[in-house]
Design a protein around this ligand. Structure first.
Ligand code: PAF
Length: 287
């Protein structure tokens, strides 16, 4: 069965011992409430590394004062059960769960944080000020506690992936950042721990995000390269949601606006449906 470790010192000692024996370690950072998206990262890590560590920590510093920290789902027992099931498919050592408590990660007097890279400024950076500072800080702490060879992140949080990639490069952290594709429900809804907040009626309206992104790729396939024209269609499809925080087509590396889509760009959406804030994105490619 899965071993759970709660302190940074214990997990670091264990991982350093593995690394010292020439074995590779993969890290899958999560906030728990695991779904198939997380499990796809775990499978990728187990398949590619000798050992896999899954961190489960609901990081308070990445939530704004009016956000859903208090009600964010905490489902450690079912998370562990899901990980046990996944691990059975592999003839390897069981993954290890690193589940520190808040005091372990942020002891009294804690005051250092990581100033996030430029790619953190637009989009989520505008609507969730301070969010990426919380993310870069906790992710750097997780990288220090779990000195892995590779860390796995989902492309559902596209901007987060770019932020962590830039931080890793800028600060010479020396581990590999591996991005895995967004996992979707059969009707297209991107998997998210927040989908459980959606009422049946909201669940239907939530489909407009993935539908808008598919429509955007279709227009590109028809030869339309102008982001303004594609954005009109995205906005129309999104008219059923309660609020669009942003919908944008930007450069897939810098997340800065593009005037024309030459080979690829990324379309990103953040929208509110009922009381739930959802995000989704799609890399648009000229075929
Ligand atoms: O993507 C998440 O679940 C979180 O932002 C992360 C990377 C685990 C940091 O708390």
């Amino acid at each position: 069965v899965i071993k759970t470790i709660g302190t940074c010192d214990e997990i670091r000692d264990l991982v350093l011992k593995m690394r010292g024996q020439g074995e590779t370690v993969g890290l899958v950072p999560t906030m728990g409430a695991l779904h198939e998206g997380h499990l796809s990262l775990v499978r990728e890590s187990i398949a590619s590394c000798d050992h896999t560590v899954i961190s489960i920590f609901v990081n308070p510093t990445q939530f704004g004062p009016s956000e859903d920290l208090a009600k964010y789902p905490r489902t450690l027992d079912s998370d562990l059960a899901m990980l046990n099931e996944v691990a059975k498919d592999y003839a390897k050592t069981f993954p290890i769960v690193f589940a520190p408590n808040e005091v372990e990660m942020y002891p009294e007097g804690y005051s250092t944080s990581v100033d996030p890279p430029a790619v953190a400024a637009p989009l989520e950076g505008v609507f969730r000020p301070g969010h990426f500072r919380g993310v870069t800080t906790v992710v750097l702490k997780l990288f220090a506690a779990v000195p892995a060879n590779t860390a796995y992140f989902g492309l559902k949080d596209y901007q987060q992936f770019r932020v962590i990639q830039a931080m890793t490069q800028d600060l010479n952290l020396g581990l590999r950042i591996h991005a895995c594709p967004t996992v979707r429900e059969s009707d297209g809804l991107a998997m998210s721990s927040r989908n459980r907040y959606l009422s049946p009626e909201d669940r239907v309206r939530a489909l407009s995000l993935s539908q808008a992104l598919s429509a955007a790729q279709k227009l590109l396939d028809q030869g339309i390269r102008c982001p303004i024209e594609i954005m009109d269609c995205i906005r129309q499809t999104l008219s059923v949601v309660d609020q669009v925080d942003y919908a944008a087509i930007v450069d897939s590396d810098t997340l800065q606006p593009v005037e024309e889509i030459s080979s690829e760009a990324v379309a990103l959406i953040a929208a509110r449906v009922g009381g739930t804030r959802l995000i989704d994105n799609r890399v648009l490619r000229v075929k």
